[in-house]
Design a protein. Structure first.
Length: 308
């Protein structure tokens, strides 16, 4: 009984061409993969994932507020209009940052970089950070079930410090900011003559600096209370005379307002990390005598080896 091999059917070229044309005319289905843009380091991103959070996108907020003409002229007391403009610019920038965070469905922004520029007629503030949120099924937002509707937090803490804060039962609630500018009173002619020939304290600048510091710290603490904070961590300060108005002393303070959400503070057990790729320098004791060395000496260079 003989069998014959069936002849394969010839492809319908016309049908294949029509099928390819329809495929090219149809839009591709949306990809389920979501791109991530972040200024976090690799270590910070991995640590954030280990804590049950994930980075979403790089967000930015900018605030520019004008300063009236003539504000920086000689005067006495606080330069209120300049101080208010400075704090308003930070507030506007933080609002924009929260808005950008909300657009990508983030619960907060970490690692915020603060750039402030005080100019003659305006104040520029730029805030840049990474929006983050809890990962599905990995962690819950410690702020509660209504976290999605809550205002996103803004924090200049690094991802590492943010993770440690969560483990201790605390959360960041916002960026606390305070700035103050104070006129340094003019010196009398007699005081200027006495100070020109000896080293003495410039009391006018000292008093202006103290006044600016107290006012800025009070403003920062008030802004922390407004967002529900119980304290401020990672406080950074800048102080000194204004470049274009040397008779005005400025003081700026900012940090992250934090709040305790656990029943009590959780003690974080420190962990010792020993790197295995550190360089170890080994040498003979005789090499310390000089380049000539001694018996068995290796000279001033010693020997270098890498510990594995």
């Amino acid at each position: 009984m003989s069998t014959t091999t069936p002849t394969p059917a010839q492809p319908d070229v016309r049908a294949e061409m029509l099928r390819g044309a329809r495929s090219m005319a149809t839009a591709a289905p949306p990809s389920k993969a979501r791109g991530i843009t972040s200024d976090l380091s690799v270590d910070e991103a991995l640590l954030l994932h280990a804590a049950g959070w994930e980075p979403l996108d790089l967000v930015c907020g900018v605030g520019v507020v004008s300063i009236p003409v003539g504000v920086w002229n000689w005067g006495a007391g606080a330069v209120t209009l300049a101080s208010d403009a400075h704090n308003a610019a930070v507030d506007y920038a933080a609002r924009q940052l929260r808005g950008e965070c909300g657009k990508v469905h983030g619960h907060g922004v970490v690692g915020v970089r603060v750039e402030v520029s005080v100019r003659t007629h305006h104040v520029d503030v730029e805030l840049v950070g990474t929006a983050v949120r809890p990962m599905d099924g990995r962690a819950k937002d410690p702020r509660g079930a209504d976290a999605a509707e809550a205002m996103p937090f803004v924090s200049d803490l690094s991802a590492r410090d943010f993770t440690l804060l969560l483990r201790a039962g605390w959360i960041p609630v916002g960026l606390a900011f305070g700035a103050s500018f104070i006129y340094a009173p003019r010196r009398s002619a007699g005081a200027a003559m006495r100070q020109s020939t000896q080293n003495v304290e410039l009391t006018n600048y000292t008093q202006a600096m103290y006044a600016a510091r107290e006012s800025a710290m009070e403003r920062m603490q008030s802004s922390a209370l407004e967002v529900g904070g119980q304290g401020v961590v990672e406080v950074k300060v800048t102080e000194g005379p204004i470049g274009f108005a040397r008779h005005v002393v400025g003081f700026t303070a900012w940090g992250t307002a934090v709040k305790l959400v656990a029943e009590e503070h959780q003690f974080v057990q420190p962990q010792v990390v020993l790197p295995l790729d550190d360089v170890v320098v080994a040498f003979e004791a005789q090499s310390l005598r000089g380049t000539g060395g001694g018996a068995g000496g290796t000279g001033s260079g010693g020997t270098r080896r890498r510990r594995r």
